[in-house]
Design a protein around this ligand. Sequence first.
Ligand SMILES: NC(=O)CC[C@H](N)C(=O)O
Length: 264
Amino acid sequence: MAGESVVRIGLLLPDLLGTYGDCGNAEVLHRRLAWRDIPAAVVALPLGTAIPASLDVYLLGGGEDSAQTLAADALTRQPGLLRAVDRGAPVLAVCAGLQLLGQQFTVDYGRPRPGAGLLDLVTTAATHRAIGEVITQPEPGPLSEPLTGFENHQGHTELGPAARPLGRVIRGVGNGTGFDGIVQGRVIGTYLHGPVLARNPELADLLLSWVIGRPLSPVELVGLTDLRRQRLARYHRRQSWNDFRRLVGIPGRSSRRAASAAHG
Ligand SMILES: NC(=O)CC[C@H](N)C(=O)O
């Protein structure tokens, strides 16, 4: 956190990239810091504003095809975000935000367009629009709880060797490869709206722990825990509990018994 006492949360191009309440991700980070008595400010950076490289965390949301193209042009003209990423600033990019940070993207079956080149991914136009609820299981790493969100996009995203996916898709489409999103250094991308940080507090706190430089004290929002349970339960009803458990990697009773016997 660049030696300053106030955490500065950069909300990039909120006038272009903010579908499905994605700008709410900034509010979530702000609140989760306030609950820990850590002062923070949201710095909105609409089109035409210079992007400072000195902010503590950067957020990009989803957008319509035309807004996405404008946003990509605006970001490629400015070095601020690239410099911030080079010095290790965390970034969260959702849907259009994810696509335009890549090497190349195609919207609306048009010609491929250059992205900001910050992420090792290429997005082509998918044959069908993906719309609906998504559940993913994070790939092994700092996250362990299933991620939930909502998707509405027509991108097919392939990752290159410098990147790994954020999660394995259990329900929905995500990148269109069986996985959703991307993790490359401290840049995280996902197709999940929701806003994704409101629905997935573990992800919000991961970004904040990178900003603060240490894990944060836990906070529990009772209503949120219930909401997450409802989202996941909706999916349980369509599956047997055992199928769901296997998909998200929760150990069954017999393997728990075996593990506790092994530990004496
Ligand atoms: N929801 C979004 O951000 C949409 C991204 C992009 N315009 C697509 O349809 O693929």
